[in-house]
Design a protein around this ligand. Structure first.
Ligand code: 13P
Length: 407
């Protein structure tokens, strides 16, 4: 289960002066390429799901694969929701399996950005989820040419950053010190003195957006000044695009499979280069040992109903429950069932998947749960037993514990 708390992972990087790659993934080639890179380099990694990409693929369908890739990984993984547009979209991302969220309200005036971020942090922290805030504005669009989306860069101020981190309660801070999202001509000029002041003022891991196009030396200096997470997408997409064009040049009549051959490897090679450069290679074992595992919880209720209730009345209660409970933050799944054996101790069950142990309290105390439980369910199901389970995985040998060469 090498899903770990993103905050723990970032603090490890921050303390040990390296940065974890938050690689944008938007299909299986990217997901597999990034995971192979992390495993080859024995590196902690963040899988980054960027909301502006959700028009290109079905987030609900990709996320089970992302979670499965993280769970079967031999290195520590966190799953981050990036550039979310609202509190509701952050709740949706947590429901889908993200354990870090960033809702980008950085274009708003300071006080509004602070207020919005505080609300998101309160919701996400109650579910145990890590929160990234952004102050200042990093222009451009991931995957596109930065020149086509010039925007107005707004630098982060150290004084505001301190107030923002303290009052919004974010775990890490995305800063604007001269980077832009997307492909650019030439390398940007970065304001390291500003970054050093921000780092000194806030004392939390800093995040760079717009990792594409920076030089090796720029990355080193960013990391030396507190950057512990680097968001990176366009260069992966460009490496994938180059591979498709090469395939097309070799086989002009090639179908979908021929055109996409080797895309996963192109993504892997680019991600491996970053991992080596940013110093996260070879760190997996320490991170696994020092970070809390990300534990989901199964809230299980077995129950009986009085004999005068018909099957269709029980089904109506289940339907109402699913409808009422599904939007409580931290609820990942709701399943209802009936025992196969008619003479078992209990006839029916609820299986509620919750994102973390912290989310159990959110669920219990939420008005939607209180209303449904007290007014509808409990009166009909006095005979019941309720338990919260976290998963225990038998120990297995992790790649991360094997010796590493080449770092
Ligand atoms: P690039 O696409 O410029 O690498 O930036 C990615 C990013 O910042 C995602 O948040």
């Amino acid at each position: 289960m090498p899903l770990v708390h993103m905050n723990d992972m970032l603090h490890h990087a921050y303390r040990h002066n390296y940065a974890v790659g938050a690689f944008g993934v938007d299909n299986l080639d990217f997901l597999e390429g990034v995971m192979q890179a992390a495993e080859n380099c024995r590196a902690p990694v963040i899988l980054n799901l960027i909301e502006s990409h959700f028009g290109h693929y079905d987030f609900e369908l990709l996320m089970p694969s992302v979670v499965a890739a993280a769970r079967r990984a031999a290195v520590p993984v966190a799953i981050n929701f990036d550039h979310g547009t609202s509190l509701v979209s952050a709740e949706h991302a947590i429901r889908a399996g993200c354990n870090g969220v960033m809702v980008d309200t950085s274009a708003l005036p300071f006080s509004e950005n602070l207020r919005e971020t505080r609300d998101i942090a309160a919701m996400a922290h109650a579910c145990g989820v890590t929160v990234e805030g952004e102050l200042g504005y990093v222009p451009g669009v991931e995957g596109d040419s930065a020149e086509e989306h010039p925007g107005e860069l707004a630098y982060t101020s150290a004084a505001e950053a301190k107030a923002y981190v303290d009052r919004a309660g974010v775990d890490c801070l995305a800063v604007s010190v001269g980077t832009v999202h997307g492909r650019m001509r030439g390398t940007p000029k970065l304001d390291y003195a500003r970054l050093a002041k921000i780092n000194e003022a806030v004392g939390v891991p800093l995040v760079i957006h717009g990792g594409t196009g920076l030089s090796d030396d720029q990355f080193r200096r960013l990391i030396a000044n507190g950057v512990a997470k680097i968001n990176y997408y366009t260069a992966l997409a460009d490496a994938a695009g180059r591979r498709v064009r090469e395939n097309a040049a070799v086989d002009r009549k090639g179908g979908h499979g021929a055109l996409l051959a080797g895309v996963r490897d192109a993504v892997r090679v680019e991600a491996e280069h970053c991992i080596r450069l940013w110093g996260s290679g070879g760190r997996a074992a320490e991170v696994l040992a020092q970070c809390r595992p990300w534990q989901e919880v199964e809230h299980v209720v077995f129950y009986n109903v009085p004999s005068e209730l018909s099957e269709s009345e029980v089904a109506a209660i289940m339907r109402e429950g699913k409808e009422s409970l599904k939007s409580i933050p931290g609820v990942r799944s709701i399943r209802t069932g009936r025992a196969i054996q008619p003479d078992g101790k209990y006839r029916y069950c609820w299986l509620i998947g919750l994102s973390s142990p912290a989310a159990v309290e959110v669920y219990r105390n939420h008005p939607a749960h209180q209303r449904f439980a007290n007014k509808v369910f409990r009166p009909a199901a006095a005979d019941r037993i309720t338990l919260d389970f976290e998963e225990i995985e038998p120990q297995r040998t992790l790649l991360a514990t094997l010796p590493v060469s080449g770092f």
